[in-house]
Design a protein around this ligand. Structure first.
Ligand SMILES: [Zn+2]
Ligand SMILES: [Zn+2]
Length: 422
């Protein structure tokens, strides 16, 4: 087995006093602090470069750290070794007759799996094995792609966290958590990636992220992270809100059109793109402006009603060509009139898949969101669309994928996968 030093655990009686030394005197940086209910301890991680110190405080008189402190006083408690596959490591040790405290891995801090080796087997040192939670790379870079005569630019309006169960519907957690590991509130990291289409004559943007009108309470619920957002992304692409001629909505949920409007100078809500004409689907607009209990939380009126008031909104129907080569195509399912947007130029096709394929993990046909109002419609659309995408070499854009903006759907030996392009 291969193991690397991950951290050294130190039992502390008084966390503040120990921080006064490790942080203030040694100048080390405190990374995070987390309560681990199952072990009745609070762990504070102090960064020391390639590994960390874990300061362990008891949260209960019965916790093993409280007993350790009582018996031996504060001091070094354990050494943690990082392994890739903790089950395999435990099997390896068991096969060599090594005495274990934990025969099976259990949940540790930061979503890791941990198990302890008995100190009698490891020369008096309590050894922890740790398999860290898989890390999702939060990719926010501006991505450019030439499609025929058009230029496509993938932008980012930051990240949100949505319930993993709701994002994957009937798919068991044991399957989806491998692709997108959840936090302790079961939220998975998702991006918001609007797409710019430049035809040479016009600059269009499809969707615009969730914008900056969300109140603090909702922002916390949705784990909104807009330290980097659409304005940064536009600037990085050499653009600003003034350069956008047409704004297109895949559908009118807040994580797609929150950025369509902004709070103006006098506190009123105004179109975010001052020179643009906005386009939405007529029947989607009807649904969004007449919400019911099941969709009300997603249709926030301030994101789109001010556009109509300002006279900048055009409503169109299924299959409408919005810009030459840029068309709506109804996928339904997620909402009855949810649209994917196809972009065609010189024989090449790209598809902005919006909430039909929110992430590349949603490629398997039955991996349909619990949020979808008509999941069987989503399934039927996906079945036909996937075949078409493989055969016709569509470049697919994934609006909510935290670590991939676009790729080609490929099929080999009956298995589908995405070849990442951006
Ligand atoms: Zn949606
Ligand atoms: Zn969405």
């Amino acid at each position: 087995m291969k193991a690397f030093l991950d951290h050294v655990g130190i039992a502390v009686g008084d966390l503040q006093a120990s921080l006064a030394f490790f942080r203030d005197v040694l100048g080390l940086h405190v990374e995070s602090s987390e309560e681990i209910a199952s072990q009745r301890v609070r762990a504070t991680f102090v960064n020391t470069g390639t590994s960390t110190l874990e300061l362990l405080e008891a949260t209960d008189a019965d916790s093993s750290i409280a007993k350790y402190l009582e018996k031996r006083g504060p001091g070094m408690h354990h050494v943690a070794l990082r392994v890739d596959d903790i089950e395999a490591a435990l099997a390896h040790l068991r096969g060599r007759g090594i005495r274990l405290i934990d025969g099976k891995p259990r949940p540790g801090a930061e979503g890791a799996l941990v198990a302890f080796i008995h100190p009698s087997a490891s020369h008096g040192v309590l050894v922890e094995l740790k398999q860290p939670a898989p890390k999702v790379e939060m990719f926010k870079t501006v991505g450019r792609h030439t499609l025929g005569d058009y230029e496509l630019i993938s932008l980012c309006d930051g990240f949100i966290g949505l319930d993993g169960g709701a994002m994957f519907g009937v798919v068991p957690k044991t399957l989806w958590e491998k692709r997108l590991p959840p936090d302790d509130s079961n939220r998975i990291p998702l991006s918001m990636r609007p797409l710019i289409v430049r035809t040479g004559e016009l600059t269009a943007i499809i969707d615009a992220g969730c914008g900056d009108k969300m109140d603090a309470k909702l922002a916390q619920i949705y784990k909104l992270d807009r330290r980097y957002h659409l304005d940064h992304s536009l600037a990085e692409a050499g653009l600003s809100v003034d350069d956008i001629d047409i704004v297109v909505a895949s559908h009118l949920h807040f994580d797609h059109v929150g950025g369509f409007t902004a709070i103006g100078a006098n506190g009123s809500i105004v179109p975010r793109f001052p020179n643009a004409k906005y386009v939405a689907h007529r029947a989607e607009w009807e649904d969004a402006t007449h919400p019911h209990e099941r969709n009300r939380a997603s249709y926030l009126q301030e994101n789109f009603v001010p556009l109509q008031d300002a006279g900048v909104l055009t409503l169109v129907d299924d299959g409408a060509e919005i810009v030459p080569g840029v068309r709506y195509r109804r996928s339904g399912g997620h909402t009855p009139n949810h649209q994917v947007v196809t972009i065609e130029s010189s024989g090449r096709t790209a598809v902005f898949t919006a909430d039909m394929y929110p992430t590349s993990a949603h490629i398997p046909d039955p991996w349909v969101m619990g949020y979808d109002l008509y999941p069987m419609d989503t399934l039927a659309f996906k079945r036909a669309f996937a075949r078409e995408a493989v055969e016709r070499d569509y470049l697919l854009f994934f609006e909510h994928d935290p670590s991939m903006a676009a790729g080609y759907l490929r099929e080999q030996d009956g298995k589908r996968y995405v070849e990442r392009i951006i």
